[in-house]
Write a protein that binds this ligand. Structure first.
Ligand code: ACO
Length: 402
């Protein structure tokens, strides 16, 4: 049941819902989730079919525009995105200001926000054309900025974008090519990367998307808003979970250690949680996790990799799904449970996992930001609070304060 509380607000009442467990913050036609049934739709299309039959840029077009592109629109969109991948050379210099051992997500928070210092036309958020161009800029340039944050952290020269490649292929080349060596994109990795991008593209009002909407509701510029989204995504309860999940699988190490970790996760006095398990909205299987599990097996088979951590993950999933604690609390593996294993098989370092999530989710953030600004009557997001402090205190002379 939905109660529209706008009338209550006018009458001086407000709801108290920390964590937004039962509060819709907006209306949106982008993504639908039925958490009890494990359904995820983007603009009405199921995530399983999108991952199977579409490519990431088509999904971007769909999320942004509300419908699939026809042949001509698709070619034009691919061309525009794949030909705006370069960044200003001065922005490349900004990387030198970060410590060599910075986490790539720390660099991303800075450089994405700094785009607003380079594209002054994008600061005018009231102009529809500018909003559209900004969306294209962000989708195009995120892989470049992300790959540069990786190259910087390992001391290698930046690799410039190759606009003849696909979106995923270009990203892999910028990540892994080294000077003086020929680089050929592995089609298995290219398809897997594209699938990972699709599976993380949007997920309605998660913490980072809500952050972007809230920041954008004040009229803040889109690069600053996306930087805020990146900061929110970095938390281990959100996008940082795939990195944390792989750390956990490494720590568990082998299947015989699993019961000990299951017990830790159930112990209320232990802060440990099974990373990659549980979701605020899904009280059933996360459909993205199902697609990701299949992709994980395919990639490992295609690359002929025998990763013992996959055995740990599968056994952990099996035991947890039969354990009354996880069954009662409806805790299932989420998308991050298997994504770390796929990325590891692809040779992606752990520190880049959440950065890759940020590349993928940029289209979700920007689609929500644009949808919000396109709607008439935008109100600045301004939650209320329940004040729990003192009232009516008087200031003592400093000499009399104890
Ligand atoms: N391991 C053990 N217990 C868990 C886990 C877990 N992974 N997740 C939730 N629980 C328990 C909680 O202890 C709590 O128990 P209680 O009712 O006895 O106190 C109950 O399940 C409900 O948990 P909440 O934290 O209240 O649920 P919430 O909806 O606020 O949190 C979240 C969802 C943050 C995803 C949580 O399940 C979690 O921390 N999971 C691990 C991190 C993770 O995988 N995050 C990725 C999310 S998906 C994404 O961002 C793409």
């Amino acid at each position: 049941d939905v109660i529209d509380i706008r009338s209550l607000g006018k009458a001086g009442y407000f709801t108290y819902d920390p964590g937004f467990l039962a509060t819709a913050s907006c209306e949106s036609a982008i993504t639908f989730i039925d958490g009890d049934k494990g359904i995820l739709l983007h603009r009405g299309y199921g995530i399983e079919e999108l991952a199977e039959k579409s490519d990431y840029l088509e999904v971007c077009y769909l999320l942004l525009n509300g419908q699939f592109p026809d042949q001509e629109q698709s070619e034009k969109f691919h061309h525009v995105i794949l030909h705006h991948t370069m960044i200003h050379e001065q922005l490349a210099k900004l990387y030198q200001g970060f410590r060599r051992d910075s986490h790539p997500m720390a660099i991303m928070c800075g450089v994405v926000g700094a785009l607003s210092a380079f594209y002054h036309d994008s600061l005018d958020v009231t102009n529809e054309t500018h909003r559209e161009i900004t969306a294209y800029r962000l989708i195009s340039k995120m892989p470049t900025l992300a790959a540069m944050s990786y190259k910087y952290s390992n001391g290698q020269p930046f690799v410039y974008p190759d606009n003849s490649l696909s979106y995923a292929g270009n990203f892999l080349k910028m990540m892994f090519a080294v000077p003086c060596e020929e680089f050929k994109v592995n089609p298995v990795l290219e398809r897997a990367m594209d699938k990972i991008f699709i599976l993380h593209a949007d997920h309605e009002q998660n913490a980072s998307t809500s952050t972007v909407r809230l920041a954008g509701s004040s009229g803040a510029n889109p690069f600053a808003c996306i930087a805020a989204g990146i900061a929110s995504l970095w938390g281990p309860a959100h996008g940082g979970a795939n990195e944390a999940c792989l750390n956990m699988l490494e720590e568990i190490g082998s299947v015989e250690n699993i019961p000990e970790y299951i017990d830790k996760a159930k112990d209320k006095n232990d802060p440990f949680r099974l990373m990659g398990f549980g979701h605020r909205v899904y009280k059933n299987h996360d459909p993205r996790a199902t697609v990701m599990r299949k992709a994980c097996h395919e990639v490992l088979d295609d690359l002929n990799i025998n990763d013992p951590l996959l055995d740990v993950a599968m056994e952990l999933e099996r035991i947890a799904l039969e354990d009354p604690y996880f069954v009662e609390k409806k805790l299932y593996p989420n998308v991050d449970f298997y994504s770390g294993l796929v990325l590891r098989a692809m040779g992606i370092p752990k520190s880049m996992f959440t950065v890759i999530f940020a590349i993928s989710r940029t289209i979700g953030w920007i689609s929500h930001w644009k949808e919000m600004l396109d709607q008439p009557g935008l109100k600045i997001g301004r939650p209320r609070q329940l004040y729990t402090g003192e009232v009516g205190l008087k200031i003592d002379d400093v000499k009399n304060r104890s």
